[in-house]
Design a protein around this ligand. Structure first.
Ligand code: 5AD
Ligand code: SF4
Length: 523
């Protein structure tokens, strides 16, 4: 269904009395979202994982006509909003868009929940502990809602795309006024209106992805670095991952829209952009009128006058030779590649549906290292995938060393309802999984510390982001390879790229001294 069809479809769906009757006899544990709908008489579109999994041929339209409905354009005047963000950069960026929409409605931002008239939790569904945090936070917000009945509490993001979560919120968290999904962000003004005036729980979650809406407002976090979406969704269907269900099918933004946005950011003085997508290497695969892929986009980024361009996240399967060739040009294309491997065992990779083997991953790494000799590689690893043997885990350990990753995000496998891996029997006890994680983390720390040691006495280029969180007399920034550097210097250099000589190294950061004149520069 595209945006036009959606606009034509009536949003308010009352549940018929027949449906109500049949659901009354069910025990609470068997009730679904549908059964609760009549309690709320609300805008009600529940999530549906089967629909979310389907990949149709519907053409994705691009819209440039977003506007705040007249009656909502001043509704936030004198009021404040707070958005708590959980999870990945995609969520961080969605928060910037929601902040943009709310600001255009007249709301001001606050960091204090007691001060807020609207609180949104932008949630993450990737692992169970991410979900638990949100349910904990909802518990904390309950007394506030009792104190301030007009406060609007909303849950959005990836958790809202799951039927079980929506059911749980409807059953146990009556303090929530609004639940909306990742494809419904542009509907925020209408949904707030509904929540405000109907005073009932509003649920709108489209399971199938929508069109691309280009002109959504954004309030960016800071004026130094910016996120730029290049595509939405994921079609990879790794067997452990919920993202293809929560974010829909792959849809690429048009190159001209991305290039315009990055040029605009450069003109505003931004020093760094990170191109975002669940699998950026699949960029452009969905275009049927032009032959333009991620390598072409990076080539165009190379020509833009912005000092630093990063991208995340890559999938090894789609990382092609053309991209390596373009990245090897260097310049503003930085020589740090985050290349999630997930496991060092070909058998586990097959069970994960990653579509590459240990050997083909190593071949790709060899090609990248040959073309970009100074490259820094970082990765994501899951331990304790169902039935992972000791030998298979050891293969992850040896791969970690063989590639020489300088950092890794490591996770214990977390079963996600609706994914193929979640229904597999698993004979690995949690104690063993934890033990594997500790061992892996020790190795990650060792490799990170070694990579840091190599900087002692070297001069690096640092994009200064601000004061260090721990000590306001110290400035902090990032090198081209994304290493944190702490050093003393005047506040006037915040937002600039400066040379810093490294004097001391730690496992995850570097300490240094500002260099006025640089002889030798290393990244
Ligand atoms: N359990 C544990 N880790 C997961 N990831 C994705 N899904 C799961 C899961 N079910 C990890 C992967 C991915 C990163 C963003 O999160 O390593 O690359
Ligand atoms: Fe999830 Fe795999 Fe898609 Fe990454 S590539 S978002 S891990 S399904």
């Amino acid at each position: 269904m595209n945006e036009k069809q959606r606009k034509e479809q009536a949003q308010i769906k009352q549940v018929s009395s027949v449906d109500r009757k049949s659901s009354q006899d069910k025990p609470l544990s068997e009730k679904t979202t549908e059964d609760f709908a009549h309690y709320f008489q609300t805008t009600y579109t529940p999530p549906d994982i089967k629909k979310a999994r389907k990949r149709g041929r519907d053409k994705i339209e691009v819209h440039y006509d977003f506007e705040i409905p007249e009656e909502m354009s001043k509704i936030g005047k004198g009021k404040k909003f707070l958005i708590r963000t959980y999870g990945c950069q995609m969520n961080e960026h969605d928060t910037e868009v929601m902040a943009g929409i709310l600001s255009e409605m007249g709301y001001e931002s606050t960091l204090d929940a007691d001060d807020a008239d609207i609180i949104l939790l932008n949630t993450c569904a990737i692992r169970e502990n991410a979900e638990n945090k949100v349910f904990g936070e909802l518990g904390h917000l309950k007394p506030l809602k009792l104190e301030k009945p007009d406060l609007i509490i909303g849950v959005c993001g990836c958790m809202s795309q799951q039927e079980s979560v929506v059911n749980r919120i409807m059953q146990k968290h009556q303090q929530v006024d609004l639940i909306f999904g990742t494809h419904n962000i542009h509907r925020l003004p209408d949904l707030i209106k509904e929540a405000m005036f109907s005073k009932v729980q509003v649920v709108e979650v489209w399971s199938k992805e929508g069109d691309i809406i280009e002109n959504l407002p954004k309030v960016r976090h800071g004026q130094i670095k910016a996120w730029v979406n290049i595509m939405y969704g994921c079609d990879k269907f790794c067997t452990y991952c919920i993202v293809p269900m929560t974010r829909g099918k792959e849809r690429s933004r048009r190159p001209e829209d991305i290039i315009r946005e990055v040029r605009h950011l450069a003109a505003q003085g931004y020093q760094e952009v990170t191109l975002l997508g669940q699998n950026v290497n699949a960029y452009g695969k969905d275009f049927d009128d032009i032959e333009y892929r991620f390598a072409d986009l990076m080539n165009d980024m190379h020509k833009i006058d912005i000092p630093r361009v990063r991208f995340t996240t890559s999938h090894p399967r789609d990382f092609d030779d053309h991209l390596i060739e373009v990245l090897a040009k260097g310049g503003n294309l930085l020589d740090h590649i985050h290349l999630p491997v997930q496991s060092g065992s070909s058998e586990i990779l097959r069970k994960m549906n990653r579509k590459y083997t240990r050997e083909s991953y190593l071949e790709l790494v060899a090609k990248i290292k040959k073309a970009i000799p100074n490259v820094t590689l970082t990765t994501d690893i899951i331990v304790g995938f169902p039935n992972e043997t000791d030998e298979q885990f050891e293969e992850t350990m040896t791969l970690m060393e063989e590639v020489g990753f300088e950092a890794a995000y490591t996770f214990i496998y977390s079963p996600r309802e609706g994914t193929p891996a979640a229904v597999k029997k698993d004979d690995v006890p949690m104690e063993v999984k934890k033990e594997r994680l500790y061992r892996l983390n020790d190795l990650v720390n060792k490799q990170s510390a070694e990579s840091m040691d190599a900087y002692e006495g070297k001069v690096v280029k640092v994009l200064v982001e601000g004061e260090s969180k721990k000590d306001e007399t110290v400035l902090a920034g990032y090198t081209e390879k994304n290493k944190v550097v702490n050093f003393k210097g005047p506040k006037s250099i915040i937002g600039k790229i400066v040379d810093v000589k490294i004097t001391d190294t730690k496992t995850w950061s570097l300490n240094g001294e500002l260099v006025e004149k640089t002889a030798e520069v290393s990244n």
